[in-house]
Design a protein around this ligand. Structure first.
Ligand code: MN
Length: 306
């Protein structure tokens, strides 16, 4: 059967006003490889560069112990890295001298500012599965030229929202505030639960998105599974999530980031020149990036024309 459209496509009484905005915009993630591990890259996508100041989201695993993470020393500028694990362990070493094992339920947040470098690898004695996310938050102009920093949060606030509980990684959910640093109005939370409905209070001035890590959820009639970014737009005061079974998802949101960012390799800046300078500095061993105590080989920057 083919056209014309029927009342199943367009109801006769749809009216002639503003088209109703779709409740959920599903953007498929891109398959990529980082340090030998397959990742689903939910951000940035051509159709959507940022959600609030969140500008990068890689979902890795679950993978077995044979697929260890080995990411050698590499630099960052102008962003925070946010690491969150569902399963496994990762050791973080950085140029500030930090050495930190991160486990599920804990948060690592590194601020790059004008320059930092770090390495991440599976601990040698750990033979388990690995599953988690690596996120970046673009720093605003006010802090992006500042000093680097590192935070580890072993305990984070949790709040029950019906069938699911939220762990607040960054910002605030339902009055529970994370101790993690945020340089712009931002929220990041993990929602984990069982079959049933959860209602998540949202900041209406933020835009939001959901990345499902395990299971499948439904938002406004749209089914969301791992391997996609579900963009929810702005102006929502709450998010209703239905799950037919166990689920785990990441809620990301924030005030729409209005600064025009340029991303290149591991850098977030405002111009191609800044990116090219950072790459040149890293390859020349410039002191802005320090040194990392890691047995892994340093990762050279590719050619990044200014
Ligand atoms: Mn990194």
């Amino acid at each position: 059967m083919s056209g014309p459209v029927t009342t199943e496509d367009v109801p006769l009484d749809a009216g002639c006003g503003e088209p109703e905005a779709p409740e959920v915009e599903l953007l498929p993630s891109r398959d990529a490889t980082v340090g030998g591990m397959a990742v689903r890259r939910a951000l940035p996508r051509r159709q959507r560069r940022t959600v609030g100041a969140w500008c990068f989201a890689d979902h890795f695993g679950p993978v077995g112990p044979s697929a260890a993470m080995r990411v050698g020393p590499h630099p960052h500028i102008g962003l925070h890295t946010v690491t969150w694990l569902v399963d496994g362990q990762v050791v973080h070493h950085d140029s500030l001298g930090s050495e930190q094992v991160i486990r599920p339920g804990q948060l690592n947040l590194m601020t790059a500012g004008h320059g930092v470098s770090h390495a991440e690898e599976s601990p040698g004695d750990h033979a388990g599965d690995l599953h988690g996310v690596q996120l970046w938050v673009a720093q605003p102009e006010a802090t992006r030229h500042g000093p680097p920093a590192f935070e580890h949060h072993a305990e984070l606030p949790r709040i029950s929202l019906g069938a699911a509980a939220a762990t607040v990684l960054v910002g605030e959910v339902g009055g529970e505030r994370s101790p993690a640093r945020a340089d712009s109005p931002l929220v990041g939370a993990e929602l984990a639960g069982r079959r049933g409905r959860s209602v998540v209070p949202l900041e209406a001035g933020f835009e939001h998105a959901v990345i499902v890590l395990e299971g499948e959820v439904t938002v406004g009639g749209t089914s969301i599974a791992p391997g996609a970014l579900a963009y929810l737009g702005e102006g929502r005061e709450s998010l209703t999530i239905d799950a037919a079974g166990a689920m785990r998802a990441l809620l990301l949101g924030g005030e729409p980031f209005t600064e025009d960012i340029v991303m290149g390799w591991n850098f977030v800046a405002r111009s191609r020149d800044e990116i090219a300078r950072a790459a040149t500095d890293w390859n020349a061993g410039h002191e802005r990036f320090g040194t990392v105590a890691s047995g892994l080989a340093r990762i050279p920057a590719p050619d990044l024309p200014g």
